[in-house]
Design a protein around this ligand. Structure first.
Ligand SMILES: *Cc1c(COP(=O)(O)O)cnc(C)c1O
Length: 474
């Protein structure tokens, strides 16, 4: 009851409505609900009726209708059945969209993982010897072969790989890093903090915009543990800049007996036209003599979330034997997907890796699909035309690298860009568009051809929506 006498009467009416709400037991006897129990099971309907009553309770408090309708229950069933982690259509053109799960994984690679995960496996079992084996052997040979490395190790992600390398190779000593490379990657991964967490001391050299090999030389001393080069990833420097190459660092490292580590982040294994020479070529870095390269499995490699360490045998062994390695280890599904992805590279079938394929698509290759979409939408309320736009690799990769792409621009009479993009996200499956200067764009580069039909169906539902009547989802 309200403390304010003036509110007593409306409050009392509301309390009455709340008390009059049906119980879950009563609702479970409704014909609609008993029919749904037959279809979907009692457990779900108990949860759905409870949720529906809760929703109506909130609606009463907001001054709305107090009847628990069949639609309320249907809506609750839908809410409860929809997975939290669900597939969406990425029409942003950003191939490695961190918020949308970075690299889509090839079906061929996933199939292998399903078989491994659904049964028992050789995860830590040596078939020949019939005794305990190591999970770290699985992808390692393929990585080494693909990259020309002596040995390799896979952990949870690249952040874990960097933390492990510093902990195993530089604890209690100094890690020499250029001031221009002390980056923060999204999600709170800051190089100075990771260095500290690894038990190492940061030794910054050079200036923000210019670092020369002399700067590293001057910093080397009895306290030095490693020399590190970090890919700038998500920002770029232009103008009066200078940085040191891997080859130069390696020469210094050899002279001083210090290992050279490269945090590549976005490891590139094959040539990608738009990404050009910016994405660190892992093979090249190892060929130049880097002792240890670290990169993400789900960036330009196009595989599962993982962190790969590749390089000298002794350094990999030190990482593998460090206690942190156990805490950062990967599971069998990741290893199976990664192994299958690596095989696609080794078999010369990397075009079957969705991220690689998408990054290689030309605007001309996208045009027939864009034209088909335009034809299918002609005569509907949704106006569509084709625009040349620029796409990005994304995923903390190469901020300045943009390459030409093709987008379908959508407009719906009387509906602003933000509202239209909201409507697209409310579709089933949700469509995530790119909104740029009041324009809603669908870049087909990141829409897989198998998704075209679902995309069109979603657009047709949006086109048929009566916006004026207040109904705005499809
Ligand atoms: C992306 C990135 C990381 C972090 O990689 P995750 O796999 O997301 O942990 C670390 N270093 C660099 C240079 C990166 O670009």
């Amino acid at each position: 009851m309200s403390a304010h006498p003036g509110h007593a009467i409306p409050d009392e009416a509301m309390q009455q409505k709340l008390r009059a709400l049906p119980s879950v037991d009563e609702l479970l006897k409704r014909p609609f609900v008993t029919a749904m129990i037959n279809l979907r099971g009692r457990a779900l309907l108990v949860r759905a009726t409870r949720l529906a009553v809760g929703n109506v309770r909130a609606r009463i408090k907001a001054g709305g209708d107090s009847h628990v309708s069949d639609e309320d229950i249907e809506h609750a069933i839908h809410t409860l059945s929809r997975p939290s982690l669900q597939r969406v259509i990425n029409a942003t053109g950003v191939v490695l969209h961190t918020n949308l799960g970075r690299a889509p994984i090839s079906r061929a690679a996933l199939q292998g993982a399903v078989e491994v995960a659904a049964g028992y496996s050789t995860l830590e079992f040596d078939l020949q010897a019939g005794e305990r084996g190591s999970r770290y052997t699985h992808a390692s040979k393929l990585i080494s072969e693909l990259l020309g490395a002596e040995d390799a190790l896979v952990v949870n992600n690249c952040a874990a790989a960097v933390l492990l390398a510093l902990s195993a190779l530089c604890a209690g000593r100094e890690a020499v890093v250029s001031r221009g490379e002390l980056v923060e990657i999204g999600g709170g991964f800051r190089i100075p903090e990771v260095v500290a967490q690894g038990g190492a001391r940061l030794r910054e050299v050079g200036t923000t915009n210019r670092t020369r090999i002399r700067d590293y030389e001057k910093a080397c001393g009895p306290e030095t543990g490693v020399l590190i080069k970090i890919h700038q990833s998500n920002f770029a420097q232009v103008g009066f800049t200078e940085s040191v190459t891997v080859a130069e660092l390696v020469q210094l490292g050899r002279e001083r007996g210090l290992p050279v580590l490269v945090d590549a982040g976005t490891g590139r294994v094959v040539s990608l036209p738009g990404v050009g020479d910016d994405g660190v070529d892992i093979r090249g870095a190892l060929r130049d003599g880097a002792d240890l390269c670290m990169f993400s499995g789900d960036k330009l490699l196009g595989g599962p979330q993982a962190g790969v360490l590749a390089g000298k045998r002794a350094l990999i062994a030190a990482c593998r034997e460090h206690p942190l390695c156990r805490a950062l280890r990967v599971d069998k599904m990741t290893l199976a997907v990664l192994e299958a992805t690596l095989r696609l590279y080794l078999d010369g079938r990397e075009d079957e890796i969705p991220a690689v394929h998408m990054l290689r698509l030309t605007p001309e290759a996208l045009r027939p699909r864009a034209d088909a979409l335009l034809r299918a939408l002609s005569g509907t309320a949704l106006k569509a035309d084709i625009e040349t736009v620029s796409a990005k690799a994304g995923g903390g990769t190469l901020p300045l690298t943009e390459f030409p792409s093709l987008a379908v621009r959508l407009t719906l009479q009387g509906v602003g860009a933000k509202k239209l993009s909201d409507m697209l996200r409310a579709c089933e499956p949700p469509v995530v568009a790119r909104v740029e200067e009041e324009r809603v764009l669908l870049d087909l580069r990141t829409v897989q051809p198998e998704e075209d039909a679902a995309l069109l169906a979603a657009l047709q539902r949006v086109a048929a929506t009566r916006v004026n009547g207040g109904v705005s989802s499809c």
